[in-house]
Write a protein that binds this ligand. Structure first.
Ligand SMILES: *[C@@H]1O[C@H](CO)[C@@H](O)[C@H](O)[C@H]1NC(C)=O
Ligand SMILES: *[C@@H]1O[C@H](CO)[C@@H](O)[C@H](O)[C@H]1NC(C)=O
Ligand SMILES: *[C@@H]1O[C@H](CO)[C@@H](O)[C@H](O)[C@H]1NC(C)=O
Ligand SMILES: *[C@@H]1O[C@H](CO)[C@@H](O)[C@H](O)[C@H]1NC(C)=O
Ligand SMILES: *[C@@H]1O[C@H](CO)[C@@H](O)[C@H](O)[C@H]1NC(C)=O
Ligand SMILES: *[C@@H]1O[C@H](CO)[C@@H](O)[C@H](O)[C@H]1NC(C)=O
Ligand SMILES: *[C@@H]1O[C@H](CO)[C@@H](O)[C@H](O)[C@H]1NC(C)=O
Length: 426
């Protein structure tokens, strides 16, 4: 078996001298998006660097989509120095930059510095941002529609992309969509960047595919996580992948915030009323009032939530559970019905990551189970142990004894009612 794999690798390398490495196709740059802001998306790696260039290099090496950097000189005003000056992030801000927070210690950089199309995009951590165009078109038109929105038909050449994108299809109720894979003559399939499929070993062909036939030369991804060849003139929705790049023009990247600010203002007023009602004497007309966690916990929907203190801590800009009105608004926007699933998932992960190590480990899982089952159920230690084991067996795909964000997202994508349950009514 091993011999076969080695033989196969030798053969594919020989057969294809024209294999571009991933790095040579796209070397992303990190563009300054917001000064004095820090993204709260999950961190892939962090380090203490004194120069932006070192931080950019780390980000490149780790294939990060964005980074927070704290230049020396920042943080002098605040009492405590930052823990790490460089945080490289698995995903980049989208959908209005919901996880971007004012933070005078950091500047936020991203590889996506062009206008982001007004679509619900999904992040594949450390790979890119993707979205579904549900309008059906033939392959050439699908390609053109993506390109019109700074995108290309999505690459599916590894398992992570194929799996995540299949979940995007499933959650949109779409059976199959065009992706960036086609052939001229039914034998050699190429990606959007012109790389031959023979450059990689991953395949997800459905049984009986690819059809080696001149007219079945375009590829769709199905919601069953498989690839199928099809006639290029047939109409399908398109899966697009955002192309990194700039240059950045201030204020152009997050369309949603601007587009809906009018409609939002009444919602904001409404939220402010609720905020004020928690401590009328303190809030009054003071827009910068900060309420202690104990007050926030009196919000009726929070009071009954087993993770209420964690929720406060995750949204608190001072990380201690005390919330300003801005923090409170962030909380409401993430828990509202139409917040993007990816944003909800990101926050759920933080809420469950009690020790803040960017993994949901055994101790985090125990805590989650204990809180979910409440005190009435009184599970024994061994029962909890068993439950933790069951979760890990099902979801810990790389067997490292803890759930990474990607693994966690995978569970959430499988549970269709996650968005329904992860919400608070305003
Ligand atoms: C990073 O550097 C800052 C300032 O030099 C220092 O206060 C902080 O403790 C360092 N963090 C780590 C984790 O070494
Ligand atoms: C964040 O910074 C901007 C620009 O400096 C300012 O207008 C805004 O009020 C700040 N928001 C908070 C919550 O401090
Ligand atoms: C994003 O998703 C939400 C909820 O599914 C939907 O209401 C909204 O219209 C979508 N926005 C776009 C631009 O597709
Ligand atoms: C390209 O996008 C613009 C708006 O950004 C739209 O008006 C136009 O119809 C689009 N063209 C195609 C071919 O989709
Ligand atoms: C298909 O085209 C590729 C080049 O694009 C060529 O190497 C290959 O021999 C062709 N196969 C057939 C069956 O024509
Ligand atoms: C496929 O192409 C061949 C010619 O290359 C043609 O005879 C045949 O009708 C085509 N099949 C379909 C289903 O279009
Ligand atoms: C795809 O659709 C466009 C517009 O509907 C049409 O002009 C084009 O010829 C079609 N291409 C193919 C290969 O069917």
């Amino acid at each position: 078996m091993l011999l076969f794999i080695i033989l196969y690798n030798v053969l594919t390398v020989d057969a294809n001298t024209k294999c571009m490495s991933r790095d040579s196709t796209v070397v992303p740059k990190y563009y300054l998006i917001e000064k004095c802001h820090r993204s709260k998306l999950s961190v892939a790696f962090k380090a203490n660097f004194s120069t932006l260039n070192s931080c950019r290099r780390l980000a490149l090496e780790k294939q990060a989509l964005a980074l927070n950097f704290s230049p020396s000189g920042y943080g002098k005003m605040s009492r405590k120095p930052v823990e790490y000056t460089c945080e490289v992030l698995k995903c980049a801000e989208s959908e209005g930059g919901l996880s971007l927070k004012n933070d005078t210690d950091y500047d936020y950089y991203s590889i996506y510095a062009k206008h982001l199309p007004n679509v619900n995009s999904s992040c594949v951590p450390l790979a890119g941002m993707f979205y579904l165009l549900s309008e059906k078109n033939n392959y050439t038109e699908a390609e053109r529609s993506c390109r019109n929105m700074s995108s290309v038909l999505a690459g599916v050449f590894n398992e992570q992309r194929t799996d995540t994108l299949a979940q995007v299809l499933a959650s949109s109720g779409v059976e199959a969509a065009y992706v960036g894979l086609r052939s001229n003559n039914g034998s050699v399939f190429r990606t959007t960047h012109g790389d031959s499929l023979d450059c990689t070993t991953y395949r997800a062909w459905a049984p009986g595919h690819p059809r080696r036939n001149l007219n079945m030369s375009c590829v769709v991804l199905t919601r069953k996580h498989t690839w199928k060849t099809t006639l290029c003139r047939k109409s399908y929705p398109a899966l697009c992948e955002l192309l990194p790049g700039g240059p950045y023009r201030k204020g152009t990247i997050f369309p949603k915030v601007k587009a809906s600010s009018q409609k939002k203002s009444s919602k904001i007023m409404n939220a402010h009323q609720k905020f004020k009602s928690l401590a009328p004497e303190k809030v009054g007309h003071n827009k910068n009032a900060k309420l202690p966690m104990a007050k926030i916990l009196q919000y009726p929907e929070l009071r009954v939530n087993p993770f209420k203190d964690r929720i406060c801590k995750v949204f608190s800009s001072s990380n201690d559970g005390d919330c300003t009105f801005e923090d409170f608004l962030d909380m409401m926007s993430v828990f509202c019905d139409n917040a993007p699933k990816a944003v909800k998932a990101e926050h759920a992960f933080r809420i469950f990551d009690f020790d803040g190590d960017d993994m949901i480990g055994v101790s985090d899982l125990r805590e989650v189970i204990e809180r979910l089952c409440g005190t009435e159920l009184k599970l024994s230690d061994s029962e909890i142990q068993q439950l933790v084991q069951n979760v890990l067996e099902e979801a810990d795909l790389d067997d490292d004894g803890a759930l990474s964000f990607a693994e966690f997202e995978h569970i959430i994508d499988k549970s269709s009612d996650f968005c329904q349950s992860f919400r608070i009514r305003l």
